[in-house]
Design a protein around this ligand. Sequence first.
Ligand code: NAP
Length: 464
Amino acid sequence: MNDGGTGAGTARVAVVGAGPAGLYAVQALLASGPAIRVDVFDRLPTPYGLVRYGVAPDNQKIKSVTRVLRTAFDDERRVRFIGNVRFGVDLHRADLLEHYDAVVYATGAQGERRLGIPGEDLPGSHGAKDFVDWYSGHPDAAERSFRLDTTSVAVVGAGNVALDVARMLVRTPEEIAATDVPDRVLGAFRESRVTDAHLIARRGVAQAKFTAEELRTINGLPEVDIVVRPGEVSLTGEDERLIASNRQLAANVAMMREWSQRPSRGKPRRIHIRFLRSPVRILGGNRVEGVVLERNEPLADGQVRGTGECETLEVGMIFRSVGYKALPLAGVAFDEARSVIPHREGRVLDEAGRIAEGEYVTGWAKRGPSGIIGTNKSDSAQTVSHLLADLAARSSYKGRDPREITDRLRDRGVDCTDWADWLRLDGHEIELGRAQGRPRVKLPALRAMLDAARLPDPNACEGH
Ligand code: NAP
């Protein structure tokens, strides 16, 4: 292992989380000059966070951002990947504060919001994240199975995650086979009976959060009709004003309103987009059989009010996709109301609202679950600029040997992985895909991932 960076002139920074926010932070740190070394920890043996486990499998174009993100690991002398390390279990805040001059939390949003309506816990009612984890081959979902044995499914929410879920549900098995989903997931899609996905938006067409590219994608699905009811896409005066000042929104709204006028093309699958509807009760005995939707009326400020007028939509499954939320990290301050780590421009604040020396936050754990992948670049740049200013103001650094932290993990029996392990796992998945004419086949089980990474022994975590 290279043990450069032990000198008092070199600052050592830990980044917790190897998703886009964490890796953009690494790039900004390394660009600041030679006197900095970075260790990137992740609870999984894989880098890329939501790019690997959130971006939908049928969107390989967006996933190609990994080519940019992987450059964070180009300089092996200055950056290490230390995977399969759980913060708060294998590695604690105190360890990091002891060994590093600065710590950046880039842990994203691991939880998700609930609807809080009766029937939400019936079998067949799921959080979108459970489904996304499953089709993305996330180890958390390795034991999970989804039987898509119903024709109609509701997806609650009007954001891009809801759109991803609806689109994946109506994809043909041939289209799914062209993605990197695990074999078991492909098997479930081959058996799928789903023909109709109903997106349920509580507000109006002008308040939907779908982005243009994602709307164009569903518009281009060859086997799918998009069904929008003309009576649900009328605009309020306030909507008109909003649209007049936002060309992108105007284009999105125009596209969805045009869909409402378009005759059915007689396709075998459909995405229905319902506006101004809130689910108020999920129906069913042993499993989901339907959902009661209340009609909402728009208010002048873009919000809505329930009218008390209800209809029942018969569906055999329902996914709520109403937003992710960050979960607290052991020992790190947390703003329960906003579900973020409290901070001032990326400098973490303690319980008393004072700046916590040496601790920083970026990405969804900092600003909440919003924005696209690229949003994390400027977000991380802001955090890192403050981190660097704080380091520059110090008279000395801790000067700890980089081997100390990996030794400590090994003493705790942690089977941590490094960048070379990831490259072996990556190559193995691509090889599995090549054999089937697919871009990659993901291994969802942690054990299988570690085996593919061919970890010889725990000493492997000592470096590159
Ligand atoms: P989001 O964009 O914030 O959408 C959440 C949706 O849930 C909103 O439509 C919201 O409606 C609705 N909602 C919240 N609470 C609700 C309730 N109680 N009942 C009914 N509806 C409710 O979040 P997301 O879809 O999870 O996406 C997270 C971020 O990732 C977004 O920035 C998204 O653009 C991004 N993303 C991007 C891509 C891509 O670029 N391809 C793909 C996936 C995700 P209100 O507006 O009324 O609150």
